[in-house]
Design a protein around this ligand. Structure first.
Ligand code: RET
Length: 268
């Protein structure tokens, strides 16, 4: 809907590239560190890898679409016959949101009926949040009533999910070894802050309806993607390793030992 100057156009292009490059890097990290925790927690790393692949392709496509969607007219980048749309992101979330939440259950060691019940709520609540928001974003240009109504309905599901996540984390803290508890609390704050960036980006056209707003929106999405998928996965991996050490899984224990190399730790 806007024309972009060179800075605005290239910043968006760079930020989208950063997004998929980080997902590719994350993929390697999660696959290679998978064995540092016990078998039953390795699924968490596998799920992080699934998130990385799906986000990589989505951000790749988005980045391609961005370069096709504008032509240089000699003084600005103007709309071509290809449309750039953030709707792709919602399709990616349909995979990533349920998977990210299930990872939490794996790492916290929730099994049996509790696993099943929370799993169903996470998937149903997550998809309801995403698809109601998806319906609303079609009205983001004119910002008529459906934009606000669907946004509100989606927010109700979002609040429900946050309550569930908080209950899941804080309700299971005592089952974690003491060394992993601060990280689990950190995961809660990370989820709260990084997930709130997505509704922030949804609202961006209402707050900042210009080419600069579009740039700010892509930056917001990218920060949210890197923190909610990659940093989150890394933290869950650390928790899984600490739990594995505590449960006597030898490879994790070996990695956890600080080996004296002389210097300050030497007794000589
Ligand atoms: C929408 C619509 C407006 C209201 C709200 C939304 C929330 C979106 C969220 C998305 C999270 C996505 C994640 C992706 C990670 O891969 C749908 C924008 C509340 C919370 C975590």
């Amino acid at each position: 809907m806007f024309d972009y100057n060179v800075d605005q156009y290239t910043i968006v292009s760079h930020v989208l590239t950063l997004g998929y490059a980080v997902m590719a890097a994350g993929l390697v990290y999660f696959l290679l560190t998978r064995n540092s925790s016990d078998r039953r927690y390795q699924l968490a790393s596998t799920l992080s890898a699934v998130v990385m692949i799906s986000a990589f392709f989505e951000l790749w496509v988005l980045s391609q679409r961005w370069s096709e969607a504008f032509d240089w007219n000699g003084s600005a980048w103007v709309q071509s016959d290809t449309l750039f749309t953030n709707g792709y992101r919602y399709m990616n979330w349909s995979i990533d949101v349920p998977v990210l939440l299930i990872q939490l259950l794996v790492v916290l060691g929730i099994t049996g009926r509790a696993f099943h019940r929370t799993w169903v709520l996470f998937v149903a609540g997550g998809l309801a949040m995403i698809y109601t928001g998806y319906a609303g974003q079609f009205y983001e240009v004119e910002r008529s009533a459906p934009f606000w109504i669907w946004g509100l309905v989606s927010t109700a599901f979002f609040v429900l999910l946050l309550v569930l996540v908080a209950r899941t984390i804080f309700g299971n803290l005592s089952r974690l070894p003491a060394s992993a508890r601060p990280i689990a609390k950190g995961v809660w704050w990370l989820v709260l802050v990084s997930w709130m960036l997505y509704p922030g980006a949804y609202l961006m056209p209402a707050m900042w309806d210009s080419a600069d707003g579009v740039v700010a929106r892509q930056i917001t999405y990218t920060v949210a993607d890197i923190t909610s998928k990659v940093v989150y996965g890394v933290l869950l991996g650390i928790i899984a390793r600490k739990v594995s050490v505590d449960e006597g899984y030898a490879p994790a224990a070996e990695e956890d030992v600080a080996r004296p190399r002389g210097g300050l730790t030497s007794t000589a």
